[in-house]
Write a protein that binds this ligand. Sequence first.
Ligand code: G4P
Length: 529
Amino acid sequence: MSNNAISNEIESEIEKRRTFAIISHPDAGKTTLTEKLLLFGGAIRLAGAVKGRKASKHATSDWMEIEKQRGISVTSSVMQFDYKGHRVNILDTPGHQDFSEDTYRTLTAADSAVMLIDSAKGVEAQTKKLFQVCRKRGIPIFTFINKMDREGRNPFELLEELENVLGIRSYPMNWPIGSGKQLCGVYDRKKTQVELFKGDDHQEISVAPVSGYDDEIIREMAGQHLYDQLQEDLMLLDVAGDEFDFEKVRDGELTPVFFGSAINNFGVQTFLENFLSLAPSPSPRKSSDGEIEPSYGPFTGYVFKIQANMNPAHRDRIAFLRIVSGKFERGMSVKHVRAGKEIKLSQPQQFLAQDRDIVDTAYPGDIIGLFDPGIFRIGDTLAQGKELVFDELPIFSPELFSKVTIKNALKQKQFQKGIDQLTEEGTVQVFRTTTGFDEMILGVVGQLQFEVMEHRMRTEYGVDILLQRQPYQFARWVIDEKLDPTKFRINSLLVKDKKDNFVALFENEYAMRTAMEKMPTAKFLETAP
Ligand code: G4P
């Protein structure tokens, strides 16, 4: 093929692609929604397939007994399907309370996010955290308000909460007609049509074009009471609501909101179609050589996650790579920039539900899994052409801390090796105290990371560790020319990270604020410098 033909091919593949993550609090319905989306794409035929993966299938990897014991997916993977000319990549983020830095890192591989909210619960803790990571990246965020078949909160109240708690304006793309047991459908504001539930079990759905929300058809179908309510709500939205502004959606300042019920498959298809038309195709990524556009010719990508020992028969690991630009072809040679070596990509895999397929070609926006004999680290760049390094993976501020010691002092060497390798891999972060005894403190964003660390130290390095929880809740990297360690005595502790940066740990927000006030010239950073 000529160079022109190749670039046309890549352009059209980029245009087709949508790579996103679903962010939610456990139980909001992420597994259910994911499954319905995969069903539309024909990627799975049976309802329950994803659920099964969540509960037991995932336990085929025995490296993490915890995974099996709790029925959760410790590390996140990727699902791909085609829908009406689009190639969709859903990045799966762990839904359990014990999420980890992996969850945050996975979000750096997404070009947009779908925020899933339980209509009865509103914005919950984990959604808030994940939202903030997406917000910082400035990616578009779409909202699906789920479980409208249950008695939930008032839709206006939910929109207000998005604004007050998350600080994002919203534009309802559709509006529920009734709610809970009375929910009979939604009014689609963009297409001016109604989607109606039929049958007692709400399984059948009919779509009717209408002239507007005051169309008589709606009165006939929904009854006077719900019709009046809809009039009132939509008039209010027209007057007081935000205008739809595509630019603001793209900049992550306005979230299009869809109401629906994943389990009844209600509102899911229109959500998917609107999402695909509004969500961005693969976006550029920042590098040492400026922004790299997906249309930049040579192949480039970065590793955002490493999953250990997926196959229990081997000690292999899979490195997940987000393709930023160019075309991937099986067997191609690329530069492993940090290692300064050419490597051959011979056994790449793509992920769909629980199956792993070998891929021959892949394009920007796609995620491929690379067999890793121990040569990759999180954040590594692979590139053809000029050498560049992607700068996409910040080190996030941990929120839970434990002092780590070894149970059997004779194993000091293995202990140090395990700590070095596992922190390098990003399993946990390690800090050292700066005064008194030289102590090691581990920092994580989710409790599960401690358990993974304990388990892997024991099974892979033969070392039993003792973890003692510390009272700190916040960590900030402190930059100050004349840092005075005595300022960190009360409800705080000054430590150093692996690169010898100073990090202050605080027991509460008050202690953190006081330190900031006392040191007006110092910078307190939420991510590592
Ligand atoms: P998660 O991955 O976000 O943790 O949530 P998941 O999809 O597992 O859904 C959590 C629970 O909410 C499940 O019920 C699921 O059936 C239910 N659910 C999901 N979407 C809807 C919806 O639109 N309406 C209603 N009413 N319920 C919904 P469960 O009882 O925990 O599990 P199961 O026994 O139904 O499998």
